[in-house]
Design a protein around this ligand. Sequence first.
Ligand code: HEC
Length: 103
Amino acid sequence: MNAKRIAAFALPLLLMLAGDVLAAQNVKSLYQRNCASCHGRYGEKPALNKARALTTLNEGQITEALTERRAGKIQGAGSQPKKRLTDEDIQQLAAYIQTLKTR
Ligand code: HEC
């Protein structure tokens, strides 16, 4: 392989990896800024004593919970912070919260 070919192969790969790292940092700060105050830094708190600890929920349960609250199907003190989330935010948060369980 010549240098050009190596670059053509390696560059997109590097950009993809950099993209993943950025996404990982974004979802972390999204969670810490918008969720941690009620649910705890590690998803361990029962927000206002009304929610289960997020660490007891699996990815599907979190996606469903966020989608329902965003849609207004569940009204409560915790619904407002969910209103601004995009589909991508929800998917990333559900996956991110799983990584908090191992801490
Ligand atoms: C103002 C405090 C507050 C903030 C901020 C907040 N929540 Fe909540 N959350 C609650 C409360 C209170 C409930 C339980 C009431 C309800 O059912 O909506 C809840 C419920 C939930 C549930 C369902 C839990 C269960 O028992 O089934 C999930 C999942 C959740 N929140 C995730 C999040 C995520 C992710 C964020 C950040 C985008 C967030 N919350 C931000 C207060 C908050």
